[in-house]
Design a protein around this ligand. Structure first.
Ligand SMILES: [Zn+2]
Length: 498
């Protein structure tokens, strides 16, 4: 009986193609009996059906009566929730959690396993589009795009650090220039820049042109005076930022600035950047009282008014805290997104090295957690709460992995960031919009992604719970559609259940 039904469906679809005179196989999927949750019409969350044709959304019907189109493979949504694929607009794919640039060399096989799983781990948590903000190793990105299943990947090309500034400063002077071919030349530091680099090749406009010709969609630059052992790093002035702004506008690129303190974010706002790539957890001299100072409110009002995209990236701080939280590595999702060998290595003394770096004087774990809670976490939450109350242009980005920590794991980190955003005061609909249409619009992908509307790429996620009712819904995924192809969530895990 079953066999003949399949045969009949096949026959019908063949007939349908013959009928339309098309010799291409119109690959049709009909997702039915599903609650459609799309950010452009949150006031119309209704049960309906979505037709996918050749990897794109062909039809959206918000009614129970919609009839199955001929020749379509049926996916019974069974009262589940259908949302657009999630977008994380701040990742660093070539960076391996817990490893510094030079450490991965000695662990090739482990690293290869990790990179093989990487695209699947993002998909496992519903991320179907990513933006890599600073390409360090383009081969990793090429491999990612070649993987049989992977999120759509965009990038900002090589980023634009100020000569000898952050993040070039992580490397020794002898080797820091080569990985940052788009660094910005600074005449005042001519004696600290190798002679092979000519000033005219490292002007803002030459750098931005290289990003554009490499296929980048955005320009990433930095304002960071440094922290810990690396304070007083050189930073650019307003004239340099103005040149970058001008070149980015001419080339149609989104201008993003790494800025996590009051001074840096004021600099970014004055320079009219499009996106601020971190939350404000450093308040500098303003950090004298526990309520949000008026000076900061005034700056945040400008961010709201200018509609500057704002990525809180609260998980950056938790990435560090993971070493002091005995529960972190016990999370059930971790062995789903991380290969076993690397996970075992995380637990080894060598794997825990970064935790030691962060806690040189050997304070108790609870003391460090408290210090973060009362300091940077409190500050960034206050800032996010204020921006959320003004309905600022909050866009979703995780900065995965942000430092050599095992606390920012691919895919999972997005889910944890969403929990942080909710805790900080963003509503569930604000979080949902930030990770879908907010990112799509900010990065000019909204003709392709971000909503469930005809014509867009069929990157969709099926969940058993509503993301408008609980943030935990983002861990209730059953199926991820990647360009129309239905992929069971479990099959994306490191060890699929049988
Ligand atoms: Zn980053």
């Amino acid at each position: 009986m079953r066999t003949s039904a399949i045969a009949l469906t096949l026959l019908f679809s063949l007939l349908a193609f013959a009928d339309s005179g098309s010799n291409q196989s119109a690959n049709r999927v009909w997702i039915t009996d599903v609650i459609i949750v799309s950010p452009e019409s949150l006031d119309h969350v209704e049960r309906g059906s979505v037709l996918i044709e050749n990897g794109r959304i062909a039809k959206v019907e918000r009614s129970k009566k919609a009839k199955k189109p001929e020749g379509a493979t049926v996916v019974d949504g069974n009262g589940q929730y259908l949302i657009p694929g999630l977008i994380d607009s701040h990742v660093h794919l070539a960076s391996v959690p817990r490893m510094t640039f030079d450490q991965s060399a000695g662990k090739r096989e482990m690293v290869q396993e990790y990179f093989k799983q990487l695209p699947r781990s993002y998909l496992y948590f519903g991320y179907t589009a990513l933006v890599d903000l600073a390409v360090i190793d383009s081969r990793v990105l090429e491999d990612f795009r070649q993987a049989p299943l992977h999120p759509d990947l965009y990038d900002c090309g090589g980023s634009l650090p100020f000569a000898n500034g952050y993040p070039m400063s992580f490397l020794t002077p002898a080797v820091r220039f080569k990985p940052f071919p788009n660094f910005i030349y600074d005449e005042k530091q001519a004696d600290r820049i190798p002679a092979e680099y000519k000033p005219e090749d490292h002007t803002p406009s030459a750098d931005v042109a290289r990003v554009k010709s490499s296929g980048g969609i955005c320009v990433k630059t930095y304002f960071e005076r440094g922290f810990a052992d690396d304070k007083n790093l050189p930073v650019m002035g307003p004239a340099v930022l103005a040149e970058i702004r001008k070149a980015a506008t001419q080339d149609g690129l989104v201008l993003m600035m790494h800025a996590n303190g009051f001074e840096a974010q004021q600099f970014a706002v004055d320079g009219d950047v499009d996106v601020i790539a971190h939350g404000m957890w450093h308040w500098g001299k303003l950090d004298t009282k526990t309520e949000l100072p008026d000076e900061i409110k005034r700056l945040l009002d400008q961010i709201v008014e200018k509609k500057i995209g704002y990525q809180p990236t609260i998980q950056v701080l938790y990435g560090e805290l993971a070493y002091f939280d005995p529960e972190y590595l016990k999370m059930h999702a971790i062995p789903r997104v991380m290969p076993k060998e690397m996970l075992e290595w995380f637990q080894s003394p060598d794997g825990k090295w970064f935790g030691k770096e962060l806690n040189e004087d050997g304070s108790p774990d609870a003391a460090i957690l408290k210090e973060y809670e009362q300091g940077p976490l409190r500050r960034v939450r206050q800032v996010v709460a204020y921006l959320a109350s003004k309905d600022a242009n909050l866009v979703f980005g995780t900065d995965t992995p942000s430092s050599p920590t095992y606390g920012n794991l691919p895919g999972l980190n997005g889910y944890l960031e969403m929990k942080q955003l909710q805790k900080a005061g963003m509503s569930l609909s604000q979080i949902f919009r930030a990770a879908t249409i907010g990112n799509a619009r900010e990065f000019k992908m909204d003709s392709q992604f971000g909503t469930i509307e005809p014509g867009k790429i069929a990157n969709l996620v099926l969940l058993t719970r509503s993301p408008l009712e609980s943030v935990d819904a983002y861990d209730s995924i059953t199926t991820v559609f990647v360009h129309g192809k239905a992929v069971a969530r479990d099959s994306l895990a490191v060890n699929p259940k049988r």
